[in-house]
Ligand binder design. Structure first.
Ligand SMILES: [Zn+2]
Length: 235
């Protein structure tokens, strides 16, 4: 359930019977021919579908993340790491204050992973609250499904091309892009990154069949759902 579809009294009622919630974490950044908002769209959608059968509220996604390397691509917005970690900390402080004690962060962007360490630090200071940080796309079952379908998959390739992230009237190249060298990319300026990556796909085909994408999606939703119904480390 979207928190946008609840008022504060309903949240107060919910907290009398449950203490779980979800926050999707995205990024607004180049995704080659796909939407700039792929990471936010996917994180929110997987969160909503996983939480829906349980009636667990899903907060609006944090649509901006840490993505300094893509700053030469128009439309990309990068928060400084320091800013980002403060925003996550403020969100956890607020959300836990009135009674959410089990918080699942569903992350859609690799650059946001320093927040995982922040969560561990924050839990040491707030021992009554459990925060799980979940990279939905490379969680074991979802990643295994991706690898089974096509091992050449990465940022902005077919593996992020779902019916809900592709754009109307935008044609996809048909070739398979060779993998980029991630170690090299880390040494480049944003301008050099753009020159090196071209369209922005890191590796692989640009699109695969919708049935294959559906299989990955099912695995991702089930894997995220299982975290919500699991022990939260307290068994
Ligand atoms: Zn992405």
């Amino acid at each position: 359930m979207r928190i946008a579809d609840m008022n504060w009294m309903q949240v107060e009622e919910y907290l009398k019977r449950d203490d779980r919630c979800v926050i999707p974490l995205g990024s607004t950044e180049q995704h080659a021919y796909l939407s700039l908002c792929v990471d936010a769209i996917l994180a929110e959608r997987v969160a909503l579908e996983a939480a829906h059968p349980l009636g667990i509220p899903v907060f609006p996604p944090l649509n901006y993340g840490v993505t300094p390397y893509f700053r030469a691509y128009p439309g990309t917005v990068s928060l400084q790491l320091d800013t980002y970690l403060r925003v996550i900390r403020d969100m956890l402080d607020s959300i836990s204050e009135y009674g959410f004690k089990r918080i699942l962060l569903v992350n859609g962007h690799g650059g946001n992973s320093p927040a995982q360490t922040l969560c561990i630090e924050w839990m040491a200071e707030n021992p009554m609250v459990v925060v799980q940080f979940h990279n939905w796309w490379n969680a074991p079952r979802t990643w295994a499904k991706v690898q089974e379908i096509d091992p050449v998959a990465s940022h902005a390739s077919w593996m992020e091309n779902f019916p809900w992230t592709r754009l109307a009237n935008v044609a996809m190249p048909s070739e398979q892009k060779p993998p980029i060298d991630a170690d090299k990319m880390r040494m480049l300026t944003p301008k050099q990154v753009r020159d090196y990556l071209g369209d922005g796909n890191f590796a692989g085909l640009y699109q695969r069949r919708d049935e294959e994408m559906q299989a990955i999606w099912m695995a991702a939703v089930e894997e995220t759902h299982a975290l919500l119904t699991g022990s939260w480390g307290r068994d």
